[in-house]
Design a protein around this ligand. Structure first.
Ligand code: NDP
Ligand code: HSE
Length: 445
């Protein structure tokens, strides 16, 4: 039997992910040791409550509430507590104490990433975070290492499982948002307070991380444009399906040239989008995640899998642990974050996209021409218009005009021009109401 010298592993947190990391580390210890060339000894697990029930049995003697002492005794610290504090303080302490760190904490990285990477750089520590985006899906390492020789243009992802589950159910079962959310909660996908998921905060944190990596630029989470998906209606989803689209909450990070100034920069945004049912992301069902990457040399790549779940996410954490352990043994400084491009981060107005606009208008001569005129005044070209047969609005009196629904899909224009067009259209006399405004990404079906 081969004898390995042990690396001391400290685990902070034994919740959904931490308890599975502890289980797999204890069960597969020998195999991991053979891959690393050193034993990975779990020396302690910091928790808040020593008596809380755990998803997997962790030997009682490993549990501690003294995270500081545990961190100071470790070669590698795995942070799976979540939240900003004390996670930030503990990770900083770990790196300053000579440990490498593995974390899955997207909220922390999206908020304090630059500060933590600066500490890592200063002390020569390694900070790994594969689990922070897309759970089990390898996407951080492909962007950081595999595509380091390429030029990424665009990263477009379904990076929140809860909202994908809800939208998928609305699409396939015809459910309302409220019903689909209730099912997601019952099945344990959605938290008791689903705000972070349905309002797009979770996806925005992941977009900030992906954009920073893809474009070698610090993209703060506050610079990510964010719209949630609580306003998506069953009628919108059904209309999208009829037109060959599906509604997805997408995190889109792209490199672009500002049309006004010619300056190159990046934009990161999260919002409900229409994509063709033929797009690879349209085939991402249930609570699955996927990230579609477009780069200059490699072309289109897609990474797909479980975006959450204790065991699934533990796979990404343990992959990082093996990398961190190998580097710890080899010595030398960690690989720093690459932010050399330092591109400006533009607001969403600079993005070139397309809109699908659904309007209820009074059915009078000239209305269509007047609406079309507003598009042309803003330099927005219309790709297609569909008009439903005019009907009587509910409670119509004798001389009141009939109303018709117009579905207008534009050609590409800047988001600034498109949103100005929507504002002008909304205040036109003949427009009874704007039923829906959705961005369209990619081809028309
Ligand atoms: P949980 O809420 O299930 O678990 C958190 C754990 O951290 C608990 O064991 C808790 O202790 C412990 N903890 C919290 N605060 C402290 C503290 N101050 N001191 C010591 N221990 C503390 O979280 P998850 O496992 O779901 O998530 C962990 C991290 O992984 C988060 O950053 C999350 O964003 C990320 N992640 C999670 C995914 C998932 O599917 N769940 C997917 C991808 C990433 P106690 O048990 O005693 O309360
Ligand atoms: N709440 C997240 C989701 C968990 O639904 O995808 C993983 O970050």
């Amino acid at each position: 039997m081969i004898e390995y010298r042990n690396l001391r592993i400290a685990l902070l947190g034994a919740g959904s992910v931490g308890s599975q990391v502890a289980r797999l580390l204890l069960e597969h210890g020998e195999e991991l040791a053979a891959r690393v060339g050193a034993g990975l000894e779990l020396v302690g697990v910091a928790v808040r409550d020593l008596d809380a029930p755990r998803d997997s049995a962790i030997p009682r003697e490993l549990l501690t509430t003294d995270a500081t002492a545990l961190i100071q005794s470790a070669d590698i610290v795995i942070e799976l507590m979540g939240g900003l504090e004390p996670a930030r303080e503990y990770i900083t302490l770990a790196m300053n104490s000579g440990a490498d760190v593995v974390t899955g904490n997207k909220a922390l990285l999206a908020t304090h990433g630059p500060e933590l990477f600066a500490v890592a750089d200063q002390v020569g520590a390694q900070l790994y975070y594969e689990a922070a985006v897309g759970g089990a899906i390898p996407i951080i390492r492909p962007l950081r290492d595999s595509l380091a020789g390429d030029r990424v243009h665009r990263v477009m992802g379904i990076v929140n499982g809860t909202t994908n589950f809800i939208l998928d159910r609305m699409d396939l079962e015809g459910d309302s948002f409220e019903n689909a959310l209730a099912v997601a909660t019952e099945l344990g996908y959605a938290e008791a307070d689903p705000t972070a998921d349905v309002e797009g905060f979770d996806a925005a944190q992941k977009a900030a991380i992906l954009a920073s990596l893809a474009f070698h630029t610090v993209v703060p989470v506050e610079a990510v444009y964010r719209e949630g998906m609580t306003t998506v209606t069953a009628a919108q989803v059904e209309a999208a399906e009829r037109a060959g689209f599906v509604v997805k909450l997408l995190a889109i990070c792209e490199r672009l040239t500002d049309p006004e100034t010619g300056v190159e920069g990046v934009v990161a945004r999260v919002h409900p989008s229409l994509i063709s049912r033929r797009h690879p992301l349209a085939a991402v069902h249930d609570a699955k995640n996927a990230v579609f990457v477009q780069s200059e040399a490699a072309g289109d790549l897609m990474f797909y899998g479980a975006g959450a779940g204790g065991t699934e996410t533990a796979s990404a954490v343990l992959g990082d642990l093996v990398s961190a352990a190998r580097r710890h043994l080899a010595g030398g400084p960690g690989v720093g974050e690459s932010t050399h491009a330092n591109l400006p981060v533009f607001p969403i107005g600079a993005v070139t996209t397309r809109y699908q606009l659904t309007l209820v208008v009074t059915d009078k001569p000239g209305v269509l021409a007047q609406i079309a005129g507003l598009f042309s005044e803003h330099g927005v070209s219309v790709e297609a218009v569909q008009q439903t047969v005019a009907t009587a609005p509910p409670g119509r009196s004798g001389d009141e005009p009939l109303t018709a629904t117009l579905v207008i899909v534009t050609h590409e224009a800047t988001d600034a021009a498109l949103s100005a067009t929507v504002a002008a259209v909304s205040s036109h006399d003949a427009v009874v109401r704007v039923e829906s405004v959705l961005r369209v990404e990619g081809e028309t079906p």
